[in-house]
Write a new protein. Structure first.
Length: 562
């Protein structure tokens, strides 16, 4: 796919032309290790690493690990796995903000010496009250004008564990009347007597994200600090810290974050789904996490193509989920092997077919790629078809099987329904009896008669058993954040986001399907062998996506009804 230009690349091109940063381009992807990455992070990964690749430049992977309460080595490892899986390599440029804790402390001391930072004894609630509102200026802390010596002493004692959590913080001394509330003496350091996953108990004071992020960019020689639009309001603080310390000053550039319909892209809210048991974990195939999409069956190429397709914008918007789905449809249409599977089985007995006979038919593996060849599928007297492919009292334009009607079995024969056997207790059809035309072997009509319905099927005697999980959108609303008064996003969870079918019949070629293998179940959609729950005895298939955009059709129909 040809790379699209965007406003960020235009900025970089201008900088290169002006020989800014001595002609260097150096980006970074700086996740906080407080959860698993999601599809929104994939956009940032592709952007930062993609720019480095295209400009023959460098991109760092850096963990901005300043909050030991929420961070885990599990998250660090998952993030590295996701970045690698997407196809990117940071080489030797793996860093952690915690690598710079000593240097960051020195920078904080320097700000104190310059009378640009002070130790404040107000608690968090009091700081909030003193900060004022959007329409009212803040009030200066009564501790704002402490001497440099007193601030240095108190800050050193904070580091030495003399004070309890919340007793004191280090704040920047900027402007309590600033229209940007983030500039009203923001907190730079706070006391947290919690062990850090990487530095252990060495520190009990930790720098805030805003103080850390810009200085890590500076230390690493980043030239273009690319971040999402919500950090635009943080840019004045980013610039202030670097200017006051007179250090290398990267340019912060904001772009619109990815907002995906029927999806929540907030690590905090995704964590809530995990912790409250609404999903089975971060890698649940219904989750928009990269690990969830991977387990669902998405490929790294499809996600990279999706990110390239949606481009980079300056303003927020919601991208339809179908755009992401189309990226995997387009790829798997070319690459996935076609197979036959029956998810809701109905037995068909072909009365005039010999009971002890088995035939093998040639089936095309992928009509888009002749090089993928063919396979053999067995056919016998008893087969399974989809229950929805039969109707006792069919409506008009029902082209599938019904009493007295003839249909084509894919690759096999024409069959006609001649009888129905019902289970009277359950008031449902137990099996149907048909006859076949032996002259139509291979699904062709020698006399030229036209058959509109073609069904997929599986030989009952040879079928493999499997479980199939049909995933739909995790949320029922296009924007799950839109809730009624008193409710939260959980209220918008889709109760039908997962349907588990435990009695499915698969053609025998799927008995030994490898975990992670992707297939098109003819007429049903694209499926992936689950990498976690599948076993040699019973494969489990996750539906990656349907063959068509059924969800948007449902929404359009609902709008018309309104």
């Amino acid at each position: 796919m040809e790379k699209k230009t965007n406003f960020i690349r235009e900025i970089i091109d201008r900088d290169l032309k002006a020989n800014k940063n001595e002609g260097r381009v150096h980006t970074r992807f700086p996740p906080e290790p407080n959860g698993y990455l999601h599809i929104g992070h994939a956009k940032s990964i592709c952007l930062n690493f993609g720019i480095a690749h295209d400009y023959k430049a460098l991109c760092n992977l850096r963990f901005d690990d300043t909050n030991p309460e929420a961070e885990k080595i599990e998250y660090v490892n998952s993030i590295k796995e996701d970045v690698r899986w997407l196809g990117f390599d940071w080489g030797r440029r793996l860093f952690h903000a915690s690598d710079y804790f000593d240097k960051l402390y020195e920078y904080a001391v320097e700000l104190i010496r310059k009378e640009k930072a002070y130790v404040c004894d107000l608690n968090i609630d009091e700081i909030g009250k003193y900060r004022g509102t959007v329409t009212e200026p803040g009030k200066e802390s009564p501790y704002r004008n402490r001497s440099v010596e007193e601030n240095l002493d108190l800050f050193a004692r904070m580091k030495a564990r003399e004070f309890e959590e919340g007793a004191r913080v280090l704040r920047a001394k900027i402007d309590m009347k600033s229209p940007n509330m983030l500039m009203r003496d923001p907190i730079l350091y706070r006391i947290k007597k919690i062990a850090h996953y990487k530095t252990g108990n060495k520190w009990c004071i930790y720098p805030t994200y805003d103080f850390t992020h810009c200085l890590c960019d500076s230390i690493e020689g980043i030239t273009h600090s690319i971040c999402t639009l919500e950090f635009e309001v943080h840019r004045p603080l980013y610039d202030w810290i670097l200017d006051e310390l007179k250090v290398h000053h990267p340019q912060q550039i904001e772009f619109a974050r990815l907002n995906l319909s029927h999806t929540i892209l907030s690590k905090r809210k995704l964590l809530e789904l995990v912790e409250k048991g609404h999903v089975t974990g971060w890698d649940d195939p219904s989750m928009p996490t990269i690990s969830g999409l991977r387990r669902r069956g998405y490929t790294p190429e499809s996600i990279r193509n999706f990110c390239e397709h949606i481009g980079v914008a300056r303003f927020d918007s919601i991208i339809d989920l179908v755009v992401l789905e189309n990226s995997i449809r387009e790829e798997l249409n070319k690459k996935a092997e076609r197979v036959m599977a029956v998810l809701r089985p109905l037995k068909v007995i072909i009365d005039n077919y010999p009971e002890d006979k088995t035939e093998q038919f040639d089936a095309i593996n992928n009509p888009e790629d002749a090089g993928m060849g063919t396979r053999k599928i067995p056919f016998s007297r008893e087969i399974f078809i989809e229950r929805d492919d039969f109707c006792e009292n069919p409506p008009k334009k029902f082209f599938r099987l019904s009493p007295g009607k003839e249909v084509r079995l894919r690759y096999a024969y024409f069959i006609k329904c001649v009888n129905i056997i019902k289970d009277e207790k359950k008031d449902e059809i137990k099996e149907i009896h048909c006859t076949y035309d032996p002259k139509t072997r291979g699904g062709d009509s020698p006399d030229g008669r036209k058959i509109k319905g073609t069904l997929h099927w599986v030989s009952a005697r040879h079928a493999a058993r499997g479980e199939v999980r049909l995933y739909d959108t995790l949320f029922k609303k296009r924007n799950p954040e839109e809730v009624e008064e008193g409710a939260d996003f959980i209220s918008n969870l889709n109760p039908n986001s997962l349907e588990v079918l435990t009695l499915c019949y698969l053609e025998p070629s799927l008995k030994n399907a490898a975990r992670g293998g992707r297939y098109q179940f003819e007429r049903l959609g694209y499926f992936c062998v689950d990498a976690v729950d599948s076993s040699d005895k019973k494969p489990v298939f996750n539906r990656i996506v349907s063959l068509r955009d059924t969800w948007s059709k449902i929404e359009k129909a609902a709008k018309k009804r309104k």
